[in-house]
Design a protein around this ligand. Structure first.
Ligand SMILES: Nc1nc2c(ncn2[C@@H]2O[C@H](COP(=O)(O)OP(=O)(O)OP(=O)(O)O)[C@@H](O)[C@H]2O)c(=O)[nH]1
Ligand SMILES: [Mg+2]
Length: 391
């Protein structure tokens, strides 16, 4: 396979398909790539059987199946994630691995709102997906009056979860017929994409946010000093910037910025860098720390979270967990023990998604939306997202 360079000519967005099993998410994803590849704005047709054979991706220590396809409309470049199953959806959403700016909720016009339709809307709301466009799929096979009822039902579901159900775009589509090239239904796919282009706003760039680098490694370069490496989570950094390591005494100046051995004047969110820090002792900074803009972060120990407890079939536990459970929490590059309080829920069985309060053994920078993995005895047993940081 030949490698191409990504040339940024349009704003980039991450979107995804969600919805009940078999409602046609993968078929619709394939149809979108087909319609757009024929339009010629960018991106290649990806058949459904290639989307379902997703490459395995390691994200935050968890092996997750995510199928990514890319395509372009006239105005935007999209990375689209089609999650192969319900459990994958839950895991990807709670850990933030999917990182979507907007979602296409796929609802079969034949079946209407089903349990996972509702569960995905609930979860999308919890993890901060603010914009949903609805694809009423299989509209080729549905009775129009019944489809009207399904549309009402979906709008009510959205409103019940705090989305603007009355004004949400709902487009009747047929992924299957669009794939066959039926102009009525390829036109419906175009209408769906127009709705996504218009309704889902371009996300805020995090390059303007206070600088944050989770430290992956610390090295000493003889004669130059201590170097930290990692991927910049947000903000920008340039030579001469003041930085600190929250939770330690380290407050210093960046005297060098490099990427893959080349020096840079400034680096930004997404870049993999090495930062040379003035006058910092080798053992003052460790993996798990973060380098941040001065005063931008206060480490904390307690938080509430939504956590998906992996089922035994996914490599998780066989037995439930209860209050007092003390696994390891992997937050950014940090690995910290934490005590779990399940409150009124009392127990969480493998396969459940629960709310819990966690008290970490030491303070780390925390914020709502931060994804993490829960591990025990060297295996991943859960995946979660911080919902509230407690004092
Ligand atoms: N009539 C009709 N059938 C469809 C349409 N889209 C998908 N199907 C059929 O519905 C079934 C499920 O389609 P998928 O695309 O695999 O559904 P999915 O939502 O990705 O399923 P999971 O990933 O397993 O949750 C397949 O048999 C498709 O052929 C459509 O627009 N019309
Ligand atoms: Mg699928």
């Amino acid at each position: 396979m030949s490698k191409q360079t990504y040339v940024r000519t349009k704003p980039h967005l991450n979107i995804g398909t969600m919805g009940h099993v078999d409602h046609g998410k993968t078929t619709l994803t394939a149809a979108i790539t087909k319609v757009l590849s024929e339009r010629g704005t960018g991106g290649a047709y990806v058949p459904a059987d290639r989307i379902d054979r997703a490459p395995e991706e390691a994200a935050r220590g968890i092996t997750i199946n995510i199928a990514h396809v890319e395509y372009e409309t006239d105005t935007r470049h999209y990375a689209h994630v089609d999650m192969p199953g319900h459990a994958d959806f839950i895991k990807n959403m709670v850990t933030g691995a999917a990182q979507i700016d907007g979602a296409i909720l796929v609802v079969s016009a034949l079946d209407g709102v089903m349990p996972q339709t509702a569960e995905h809307v609930l979860l999308a709301r919890q993890v901060g997906v603010d914009h949903i466009v609805v694809a009423l799929n299989k509209a080729d096979a549905g009775d129009p009056e019944l489809t009207d009822l399904v549309e009402l039902e979906v709008r009510e579901l959205l409103s019940a979860h705090g989305y603007p159900g009355d004004t949400t775009p709902v487009v009747r589509v047929s992924g299957l017929r669009a794939l066959e090239g039926d102009p009525r239904w390829t036109g419906a796919i175009e209408a769906l994409l127009d709705a996504v282009d218009i309704y889902v706003p371009t996300p805020v760039r995090h390059t303007g946010a206070p600088f944050l680098l989770p430290v992956e490694n610390v090295l000493t370069i003889t004669g130059r000093g201590t170097v930290v490496t990692g991927a910049i989570e947000r903000g920008t950094v340039r030579v001469g910037d003041r930085v600190e390591v929250p939770g330690t005494d380290v407050a210093t100046v960046v005297t060098g910025v490099e990427t893959f051995g080349k020096s840079m004047e400034s680096a930004e969110a997404g870049d993999n860098v090495a930062l040379l820090l003035r006058g910092v002792a080798r053992d003052a900074v460790r993996r798990g720390h973060v380098v941040a803009a001065p005063g931008s972060l206060v480490p904390r120990r307690r938080f509430t979270a939504r956590v998906y407890v992996l089922s035994a079939a996914e490599g998780g536990r066989w037995t439930p967990v209860s209050t007092g459970y003390r696994p390891q929490f992997y937050l950014r590059t940090a690995d910290v023990v934490g005590a779990v309080d399940l409150g009124a829920t009392a127990v969480a069985r493998p396969g459940d998604t629960v709310t819990m309060t966690v008290e970490l053994g030491r303070a780390v920078p925390l914020e709502p939306g931060l994804g993490f993995a829960v591990r025990e005895g060297g295996r991943t047993v859960g995946a979660g997202t911080v919902t509230t940081v407690l004092p």
